[in-house]
Ligand binder design. Sequence first.
Ligand code: BG6
Length: 467
Amino acid sequence: MSFPNKFLWGGALAANQCEGAYNLDGKGLSIQDLMPYGVRKGLSDGPIKENLKLIGTDYYHRYKEDIALLAGMGFKVYRFSIAWSRIYPNGDEDVPNELGLKFYDNVINECLKYNIQPLITLSHYEMPLGICKKYDGFRSRKMIELFYKYATTVVDRYHDRVKYWLTFNEINITLISPLMSAGVITNKKELTASELYQTAHHQLVASGKITKYIHENYPNLKVGCMVASAPRYAMTCDPLDMRTMMESQHELDYFIHVHVYGKYPYYASKIWKEKNVELIWEKDDEEYLSHTVDFISFSYYNSKVVAFDESKYTMSNGNLMRGLTNPYVKTSDFGYPIDPQGLRFCLNYLYDHFHLPLFVAENGIGSYDKLVQNKDGNYTVDDDYRIEFHREHIKAISEAIDDGVDVFGYTTWGPIDCVSAASAQIDKRYGFVYVDRQPDGSGSLNRYKKKSYDWYKNVILSNGVNL
Ligand code: BG6
């Protein structure tokens, strides 16, 4: 296995899915605090107890125990996000909330205590509700300025301890779920294509603007973009299916291209024309977009099969990136495709097209785990399926490295169980650590190491040799 010596092994979490403490120490509401049933069911009127994210896994109070568990696996890096609404509760205050800043000081210092590099996602599906309601999220250009204020506040505060920064989690999801990804309260069905693409444009400008700020003020820091990858496969070799695949892949590449080359790709004009999109540009947009990232990070859960005439096929299950059923791959408990080879393909594809170092920022399998007592009387989960999932994906990364691709890190999704983003469930578990929280909200919140915990520890210890 050919992992570089300094390969960054670790895991990733998002504030809204684990912290809980939704109204403590000055935190304002975020859009997630009103999303009890996941992204497809819209917002509740206020925070209701059915929303498992309000308590999450109580990470806000247990981060020391959790980071110690991550350190126990030998993590080199820990990717987490900052809840914008802990720093600017409504999103538009003049002064940040010191208690919020202090919390992340503590989290960062706890990581450094164990020599774990913190990697921060500035915005991970958790925008402050106040400004989302006031401006309809990133549909308004005003959000660029507010995001910039928030992002410069946290970068200025933590730059001496945090080298790696991601701007927006899965920024391309804005076209699929403008609510979750861009804080747009208006129902997607009521948005015109122009409004949707304008929203994405504002986020891209905001991403470029903070990238410029970081590079100009802290030249040693590294900034990455973050996209949901799902590499596209054509259902058949029918040239029409191949064309559909190319166009579908462009929907993703559009976002990476801007981050890497500092401008929209050649095919953007055609997309805009076909969809009647008229982007409104302002004076500095072009300049901000020209500030490019140092690396590309992406989530990889599965590949996505497309066809010209999708009515001829069945849809597979899947999260936000559903495709057609692929008869050649296995599926998870949730019916999501499992395609490790797709990760090798994806890494090669991205490196070939964009020539920047790559970071696998999320990868994992959500399952219905069963807590059992082993012969020593300890509680655990026999999650051989999770071990197999990660083993095969890590092999695929090593093959891509052998192919010549520059990959410098791998953070598994949800190393400690957390509430799911798309469906707000707790029983779709991804972790190496089981958290006793149940779908009805009950549970001790105690943490238990699953079988995969020691397995991943050995993988890291052997730098990817012992799989
Ligand atoms: C990614 C998100 O899309 O998928 C994470 O960045 C999310 O926030 C992960 O948790 C898994 O999806 P889910 O819906 O199963 O939690």
